[in-house]
Ligand binder design. Structure first.
Ligand code: GTP
Ligand code: ZN
Length: 288
């Protein structure tokens, strides 16, 4: 039988398969080789009522470190339309990292019930770029049904800064779970969750969510400098249209990206974040 690992505790592995949770151990030789993570798809054999043994690990499609979760399919990137004010460089970084990891990004603009006028255009700007956007309020319930649909049948991780309402949204999705507000914490680096393992929460509407926010590591992975623009969706179609093939879009003559920025087709803040990320990627190349 195929199953998905929800959590591990001591030598026990809790695997969901066929609509129930099995308490499993690892089969002999496999025990020394396998380092299983929540989200891993495994091959298990039932031994008795609710008990089984894991015989094999299926290939991982994606891997998130810190918290370590395998096979995450989508990142629910939560920002607030009120307080804390949206940090667009952090948003663009999360979108960039999702792209690099090949994880579908969905932006949730929470706290629309108290939205500030100055942030009202943001969902439209990101929708135009090509990202899925959802406007929500954990307080009034607006957007929660939509979010439930987005989560159904997939393995997701929540991401986003502290105080935007990640726990509140999870609670709204499943009142019976009732995480303490503030429990799902994304304090980069030294958060409350950095030492414990992530677990998957099984949602009542179907699908799984990691109980610990993803992307607590925000440094960019090692990439070739020429790859950076490819992870900015609005720049990607322009690649190859610049005068020079090796164009890094930072002031070279005949640059199609710079022209698009000038024409107002690429938001200036996005371009600035591109330049920042490019500089970071180049600095990493040098440190090898
Ligand atoms: N007005 C309003 N307040 C909200 C909404 N969602 C959450 N809040 C409030 O925002 C504060 C932070 O919410 P949390 O759910 O703890 O935020 P979090 O993202 O989980 O924060 P961390 O655990 O620190 O990462 C709480 O006081 C919530 O009651 C919303 O949609 N509207
Ligand atoms: Zn260029």
């Amino acid at each position: 039988m195929e199953g998905i690992l929800l959590r591990r505790y001591g030598g026990f592995y809790y695997v969901e398969s066929g609509g129930q949770v099995w308490t499993c151990r690892l089969r002999g030789r496999f025990r020394r080789e396998a380092d299983l993570l929540p989200g891993d798809r495994v091959e298990m054999v039932p031994l008795g009522p609710g008990e089984g043994v894991i015989e094999a690990l299926k290939p991982r499609r994606t891997l998130l470190e810190r918290p370590a979760v395998a096979n995450v399919e989508q990142a629910i990137i939560v920002f607030s339309l009120s307080t804390p004010p949206p940090d667009l460089e952090l948003l663009d970084r999360l979108l960039f990292l999702s792209g690099v990891k090949d994880i579908q990004a969905i932006i949730v603009w929470n706290k629309v019930d108290v939205a500030r006028e100055e942030y009202r255009d943001l969902p439209g700007i990101y929708r135009q770029i090509g990202y899925s956007n959802l406007i929500a309020s954990a307080r009034t319930g607006q957007g929660v049904e939509k979010l439930r649909e987005v989560l159904a049948g997939r393995l997701s991780t929540f991401a986003g800064p502290s105080g935007v309402g990640k726990s509140s949204l999870l609670n709204a999705l499943q009142p019976e779970l009732n995480l303490r507000t503030g429990e799902v914490s994304a304090k980069g680096g030294r958060g409350r969750h950095t030492t414990r393992h992530a677990e998957l929460i099984r949602l009542p509407g179907g699908g799984w969510v990691a109980d610990t926010p993803g992307f607590s590591r925000l440094d960019l992975p090692s990439l070739d400098r020429l790859e950076v623009a490819g992870y900015f969706r609005e720049m990607e179609p322009l690649i190859g249209r610049c005068r020079f093939n090796s164009c890094l879009h930072r002031g070279e003559p005949g640059c199609a990206v710079a022209a698009a920025v000038e024409a107002g087709e690429i938001a200036r803040h996005r371009y600035e974040h591109y330049l920042n990320f490019l500089a970071e990627v180049i600095a990493r190349e040098r440190s090898y």
